[in-house]
Design a binder for this molecule. Structure first.
Ligand code: GCB
Length: 600
């Protein structure tokens, strides 16, 4: 499914704006056929979570169904002559779409786009009714899971009573979180493009495969840097390659994107479709203790993050997106992980343009393997992995897939489960490493050896060694040593840090103060840089983020090095220095990231 853009043959209408919402407290809308004739609603902004838009506790805490609707006007010339799609960037968690009372499509999974072809349901006479039913209820059969029975123990018993009842550490928002767009293509159009890139000396090769939908296409042309390659179509497929001499390879320092313009022609040279894809030419591989980007070792500096904002919740906000990327450049980060779910496509496109290396994570966060029958969760997870690959396969910024964060991978049942997921992904993509994020490396971790890189989360100085800054370095060194000994894979520290309440200070660093957070981050970074199997440091978290209600959290998780409204804490200034070119005085022999010798 290609990201919708405007071209000579495609038009996109953004349906972001004020819609109507009906909170279905008793979940009776389906029975009463609200999709044909919804009751009077209240104004609601799309995209955004429903939770924080109103002065209304019930809406804030609502886990269940909300009906969204609005009028839809379609340009006259789209009716009949065009394919018209409604595409939802994401809706949390289960969504159903109707146009003029006709069922169009359903989708499960809170973080993936889905679309339906609605031409046949459109009304030539005027306005159309678009209705989307969204339900954010999680169970032991969804991915991620939620509402687990704490008597299962383990992860299911994490922070019992957390409200809403999810066993992970971020607020369970609901709603239409990413833009809804209406777009048109011709009847025959380019349905899919896959690019893979290779480098040899100074040249780069872009290999492409396309899938065409509809009848009558005869020729496909691809133009890159003024050079056009013609491809005869075999059935509905066309493939070929373009070579760029003196190619600027994509990397954080030079995130050069080459526009590849695909043009599909029919009889008599009629232009049927046009699509432009920005392509970064780069390679990624794991070799020994290193991750190689374009053949050179790379060191990741950055964050685990969240999609989380005041009022908007998990909704996409473009000004905040630009601000966050500006801040990440300011602090000299070169990477982030889409913890703990796939982020908006707009984020991935920005990462391509700004040169961030992304660990692209699935929404399988904190899976409990005490749940007896995991088959449904596995099926949803497998589908999400296919959708994720399909959506993000062409982003040069995506250097690695992460199949899960902190699931119960110390349980036997997790082994066949994650082997299936890994094998699926490997079949789809032979160009990127795959990882899993674990936190139990020394306590019976059973899956990490199946993956190319081990991502490791550890909180000495916070969840252990309270206040004992002086104990932390040795502890980290020991964890790295034993983790490498067990798995023999490069390690990225994908989480470490400490909560700090902005404005709380102490001369002798104590827990919850900005000084303490900075010190913990500093000693861990210094310890990590002494370990040659460590290829990245990603602090938890970029910014404070909202959590469920519990005595363990003060509204937010305060491990952000920025506040939720993006004001820097002391740690941010430390990191800006540690991640600068100057920061290389702490020595790391990496071509990308830092240029100097590793300190012994
Ligand atoms: C973790 C989780 C993350 C939490 C973090 C914390 O290990 O992966 O979701 O927010 O710890 O702060 O406790």
């Amino acid at each position: 499914m290609l990201y919708p853009i405007d071209t000579a043959t495609r038009t996109r209408i953004d349906l972001s704006g004020i819609w109507q919402a009906v909170f279905d407290w008793e979940d009776k809308g389906l029975k009463e056929k609200w999709f044909e004739n919804p009751p009077a609603g209240r104004d609601i902004a799309v995209p955004a979570s429903w939770n924080d838009q109103f002065q209304d506790w019930a809406a804030h805490n609502h886990v269940g169904t909300v009906w969204y609707y609005r009028d839809l006007y379609v340009p006259e010339d789209w009716i009949g002559g065009k394919n018209v799609f409604v595409r939802v960037g994401s809706a949390m968690y289960h969504a159903t779409v109707w146009v003029n009372g006709k069922l169009m499509c359903e989708h499960e999974g809170g973080y993936m786009p889905f679309e339906c072809e609605v031409s046949s349901a459109l009304n030539r006479q005027g306005g159309n009714l678009l209705v989307v039913r969204v339900n954010n209820t999680l169970s032991d059969k969804t991915c991620p899971q939620g509402n687990l029975d704490p008597s299962l123990g383990g992860i299911a018993a994490w922070r019992v009573g957390n409200f809403p009842n999810v066993h992970y550490d971020f607020f369970h928002y609901g709603g239409i979180h990413r833009p809804v767009v209406l777009y048109s293509t011709g009847k025959t159009y380019i349905d899919d493009i896959t690019v893979k890139t290779a480098i040899k000396g100074a040249s780069g090769t872009i290999r492409f495969e396309t899938v065409v939908s509809g009848k009558g296409a005869e020729k496909l042309e691809v133009t890159v840097e003024g050079r056009t390659v013609e491809t005869a179509l075999r059935g509905q497929a066309g493939s070929g390659s373009v070579v760029i001499k003196n190619c600027v390879f994509w990397c954080p320092e030079t995130p050069r994107l080459y526009d590849a313009r695909f043009r599909l022609y029919g009889k008599g040279g009629k232009l049927l479709d046009e699509y432009t894809l920005p392509v970064g030419v780069r390679t990624v591989e794991v070799s020994g203790k290193s991750i190689l980007l374009n053949g050179k070792p790379v060191y990741l500096k950055g964050f685990g993050r969240h999609e989380d904002l005041h009022v908007i919740g998990k909704g996409l906000s473009l000004p905040w997106l630009v601000k966050d990327f500006s801040i990440m450049k300011w602090i000299n980060a070169n990477s982030f992980r889409t913890s703990h779910y796939p982020y908006a496509e707009e984020v991935m496109r920005m990462a391509d343009r700004w040169g961030f290396l992304v660990i692209d994570e699935s929404s399988a966060n904190s899976l409990s393997f005490a749940v007896k029958d995991m088959s449904r969760t596995l099926a949803v997870h497998r589908r999400e992995i296919r959708e994720l690959y399909q959506r993000d396969k062409n982003h040069p910024s995506v250097i690695m897939w992460s199949v899960s964060n902190e699931s119960e991978t110390n349980k036997e049942q997790s082994v066949p489960y994650f082997k299936t997921i890994r094998d699926d992904l490997r079949k789809l993509d032979d160009t990127r490493p795959i990882t899993i994020v674990v936190c139990v490396g020394q306590h019976g971790e059973k899956t990490a050896s199946m993956f190319d890189v081990v991502c490791y989360n550890q909180y000495p100085g916070w969840y252990s060694h309270y206040g004992r800054v002086e104990k932390v370095a040795a502890n980290v060194a020991e964890h790295v040593r034993s983790t490498y000994e067990l798995f023999g894979k490069p390690i990225i520290y994908t989480e470490f840090g400490a909560d700090a309440i902005s404005g709380m200070h102490a001369d002798i660093p104590e827990m919850w103060t900005e000084e303490y957070q900075k010190e913990i981050i500093r000693v861990i970074i210094e310890a990590l840089r002494k370990c040659d199997c460590v290829v990245g440091e990603q602090v938890w978290n970029f910014a404070d983020f909202k959590t469920g209600q519990h005595t363990h959290r003060i509204v937010y998780n305060h491990k952000g090095v920025f506040t939720r409204d993006r004001k820097p804490k002391m740690a941010a200034h430390y990191l800006r220095d540690a991640w600068s070119a100057e920061g290389a005085r702490w020595g790391i022999p990496f071509e990308y990231g830092f240029p100097q010798e590793r300190r012994q």
